[in-house]
Write a protein that binds this ligand. Structure first.
Ligand SMILES: [Zn+2]
Length: 471
C-alpha cells in the first residue's frame, strides 16, 4: 500500500499539504488560519529548542517571558513599526465582558513591550549589555493558511539585546544570523545564504536586517529566519536613555532576532521525496524504527533487546497489530525516519538484522554485535549527505544574470537564486518584481565588489544581489 502523495517534482505545494497531514505533523485548527502542531511535529520544535537554547545561553542571553497583550499605544510610538504590522494585528477590545479603555494587540513581535520594561529596569551603562530571549507564540493575521509556512499563530524565539555602542550591537546581529545558519546546517541539514535585506524588505522600524535564505525544490526562496539591527530607533521612540561613562545621556543600540516554526516548513520541503518526509537524524523525532516482522515469534523479544542496546538514540519499536510489514515500512518512510531495522525469525537465528536507509533506500545486513557502531556511522553519514545534497542543489540552481532578458528567462523557466546587479533603488526593485515576480532576497555577506550595471536600468552597481521568488 502506498500513500500516493501528489507529485513532489511538479506539485510541491499539494505534496507539502498532504505530507504534513498524513505524517501527522500538524492539522488545520477550527479557527481559520491556525494550526494544531501534533506530537510528531512538536517533537521537531522541541529538538530545535534544545539545540538552539544551548547556543543562545552560551552567548550570554537569558530567557524570560513577556505578556501576550500589548497596549495599542505602544505600537503607535514607532511609526514605521506600526505601519508595517497594522495589517496583521489581532486586537482585543473586550475583557471580562467590558469594553477595554485601550485596545490590546495580541503580540505580533515584542520589541515595544520588552523595551518598555528595559527602560524601567536599565538606566546606566553598567546595566548594558542587556541580553534577553523569549520562547513564545506570535499572532500575525493571515488571509491564506499554509501549514508551518503561513499561519496566523506560530511559535518562535525572539532575542532582544541592547548595547552602549553600535559596533557591539552589529556584532551581535551577525552572531545571531550565523548561529541560525549553524542550526540549519547541523540540525536541519540545510544550506542557505546569509545576507542583508534591502530597505524595502527589512524589518519595519529597524535600521538593517539580515536573513538566511534557503532554496526550495520548486526554485522558490524561503526567508528562513532574520536578525535585525534596530539602531537607536526604538530607544528614541520611547525616550529610553542610559547614562554613559561620562555621565551623558545616550540612547542604547538595540537588536532583535527570531527563528520560528516556519523553519519546519523549510525542513519538510528541502529533503522530502515521493515517499514522504526525509528527516535528518539530528532533528528527527525518531531516529530508528525497529520493525519485528508480524507473525515471527522470536522477532519481538529480540527487538526489545535491540531497543535496549540502542537506548542512546531516539528509537521505537512498531509492534502495532493488524498491519502488514509492508504497511509499516510505508508508514515510517512517510514519516521520514532515517533508519529502519527489520527483524524476522530468520534474522534472529542468523544473529543479524537488516537496516534500511530512508534517504537512499539502501539495505545493509548487520550482525547484532556491530549494530550500535553501524547505526552511529549511518546516522552521521545521512546527516552529512542530506546537507551536501541541499548545498549542491542550491549551488546548481543559482544563476548569474547579466541582462534583463536573461533574468526574465530564468524566472519563467527554472527559477532559483538569481545573482544580478541592481542599482539599489526602490523603483527598480519594484519594477523587477512587477515584471518577473522576483524580489531581492539579500546582499550576500560574502558578496565581492564588482563593477556592474543594474540589470534593469543600467546604472552602476557595486555588487550582485540575490533575487528569487519568495515564499
Ligand atoms: Zn536600476
Amino acid at each position: 500500500m502506498s500513500h500516493q502523495l501528489p507529485d513532489f517534482k511538479t506539485n510541491l505545494s499539494d505534496w507539502f499539504n498532504e505530507v504534513v497531514l498524513k505524517a501527522e505533523l500538524a492539522d488545520y485548527a477550527p479557527v481559520k488560519g491556525c494550526m494544531v502542531i501534533r506530537p510528531y511535529g512538536y517533537a521537531l520544535w522541541e529538538n530545535i529548542q534544545k539545540f538552539m537554547d544551548v547556543l543562545i545561553k552560551k552567548h550570554g542571553v537569558d530567557n524570560a517571558y513577556f505578556p501576550l497583550f500589548i497596549p495599542m499605544s505602544f505600537f503607535e510610538k514607532e511609526k514605521e513599526h506600526i505601519a508595517g504590522f497594522a495589517p496583521e494585528l489581532a486586537l482585543v477590545t473586550i475583557g471580562g465582558g467590558k469594553e477595554l479603555p485601550e485596545k490590546l494587540a495580541v503580540r505580533p513581535t515584542s520589541e515595544t513591550i520588552m523595551y518598555h520594561m528595559y527602560q524601567k529596569w536599565f538606566g546606566s551603562w553598567r546595566d548594558l549589555p542587556v541580553r534577553i530571549n523569549q520562547w513564545c507564540n506570535m499572532v500575525r493575521w493571515e488571509k491564506r493558511t499554509y501549514l508551518f509556512l503561513r499561519t496566523s499563530e506560530f511559535l518562535w524565539q525572539e532575542g532582544h539585546c541592547a548595547h552602549l555602542t553600535h559596533e557591539e550591537s552589529i556584532a551581535e546581529v551577525e552572531w545571531a544570523i550565523k548561529m541560525y545558519a549553524q542550526t540549519y546546517q547541523e540540525l536541519f541539514g540545510m544550506y542557505g545564504i546569509i545576507g542583508a535585506k534591502s530597505d524595502t524588505e527589512k524589518f519595519a522600524g529597524g535600521a538593517k536586517s539580515y536573513t538566511f535564505e534557503a532554496l526550495m525544490p520548486n526554485g522558490k526562496s524561503l526567508q528562513a529566519c532574520t536578525s535585525h539591527d534596530l539602531g537607536q530607533n526604538f530607544a528614541k521612540s520611547i525616550d529610553w536613555t542610559v547614562q554613559d561613562q561620562k555621565g551623558n545621556k545616550s540612547f542604547p543600540w538595540q537588536n532583535s532576532w527570531g527563528f520560528s516554526t516556519r523553519s519546519i516548513g523549510g525542513l519538510i520541503m528541502s529533503h522530502g521525496d515521493q515517499k514522504g518526509l526525509v528527516m535528518p537524524p539530528n532533528i528527527a523525532p525518531i531516529q530508528i524504527i525497529i520493525i519485528p516482522i508480524p507473525g515471527h515469534n522470536t522477532a519481538l523479544s529480540k527487538s526489545q533487546e535491540l531497543l535496549k542496546l540502542l537506548e542512546n538514540y531516539r528509537v521505537k519499536i512498531d509492534s502495532k497489530e493488524g498491519e502488514t510489514a509492508g504497511a509499516k515500512f510505508n508508514k515510517w518512510e512517510l514519516k521520514g525516519v532515517p533508519l529502519r531495522i527489520e527483524i524476522g525469525n530468520r534474522d534472529v537465528t542468523a544473529g543479524t538484522v537488516i537496516i534500511c536507509r530512508r534517504d537512499t533506500g539502501e539495505k545493509i545486513t548487520v550482525k547484532f554485535d556491530n549494530l550500535s557502531k553501524t547505526v552511529a556511522k549511518l546516522l552521521n553519514e545521512i546527516q552529512q549527505s542530506l546537507f551536501d545534497k541541499h548545498k549542491k542543489f542550491t549551488e546548481s540552481n543559482t544563476f548569474k544574470a547579466d541582462s534583463y532578458d536573461e533574468f526574465k528567462k530564468i524566472m519563467e523557466t527554472s527559477r532559483g537564486f538569481i545573482s544580478a546587479h541592481w542599482c539599489e533603488t526602490a523603483d527598480c526593485e519594484a519594477q523587477i518584481k512587477t515584471d518577473t515576480k522576483a524580489t531581492t532576497r539579500c546582499l550576500p555577506l560574502d558578496a565581492v565588489e564588482e563593477n556592474g550595471k543594474c540589470v534593469r536600468c543600467g546604472k552602476p552597481s557595486p555588487h550582485r544581489w540575490l533575487f528569487g521568488l519568495s515564499y
